[in-house]
Design a protein around this ligand. Structure first.
Ligand code: HEC
Length: 183
């Protein structure tokens, strides 16, 4: 009887000992891990976060569209469809032929690579007038996609071209038409 009790006590004690040892070592390992984490975060995460605040915001708001990509896409765009789209959607406010003639909106006959908001004899919004950029492919893309977002305060009431192939066709027409008119 007593030896059975002894065995039982022994078993309980050794189980307890194993438990103590296990928790002691696991704590050691855990602590070491924690230290590692803190060190890593100190050295790695900080600069990454600085990076994030600049880069990911940009990429979150705007798709990865570069001038090179756009130029490649423009090669495949359809000039004739662009002309049709522009006649239907822009010609009520914009003229596209020489000599320069403004309507509700400024003439777009020579829009490509022209300074933004600087055509003489047209009264632009302050937004476009003060923009200090040129109508390159990228700026045309962003403006025509969402005029009011890209140029907050523009007085162009057109809501933008959501269909990207129509947008590309339109830019192709604006570019080709400009180059033709500047010859
Ligand atoms: C309801 C009239 C209206 C329509 C439709 C319209 N626009 Fe405009 N657009 C304007 C006005 C007004 C401005 C001047 C905006 C300002 O000063 O903020 C303008 C400005 C522009 C400019 C800048 C010109 C410059 O000299 O800097 C471009 C480019 C342009 N529009 C392209 C287009 C295209 C392409 C379309 C058709 C897809 C279009 N717009 C449709 C009224 C219109």
């Amino acid at each position: 009887m007593s030896s059975e009790l002894n065995q039982l006590l022994c078993a309980i004690l050794s189980a307890f000992l194993v438990y103590l040892l296990a928790s002691f070592f696991s704590e050691l390992i855990y602590k070491a891990d924690e230290k590692k984490k803190i060190k890593l975060s100190y050295f790695i995460e900080k600069p990454e976060q600085d990076d994030l605040s600049n880069k990911s915001k940009e990429t979150a708001e705007t798709p990865e569209i570069t001038e090179v990509v756009l130029n490649q896409l423009l090669e495949k765009a359809d000039l004739k469809s662009g002309e049709g789209f522009v006649n239907k959607n822009c010609a009520s406010c914009h003229d596209f032929n020489m000599p320069i003639k403004n309507k509700i909106g400024p003439s777009l006959a020579t829009i490509f690579n022209r300074k933004i908001g600087q055509l003489e004899n047209y009264k632009y919004s302050k937004t476009l007038f003060n923009m200090n950029k040129e109508w390159n492919i990228l700026n045309l893309y962003y403006f025509l996609e969402k005029p009011k977002e890209w140029a907050k305060g523009t007085k162009m009431s057109y809501r933008g071209i959501t269909d990207s192939s129509k947008l590309l066709n339109t830019i192709k027409f604006l570019k080709e038409n400009s180059l033709k008119n500047e010859d």
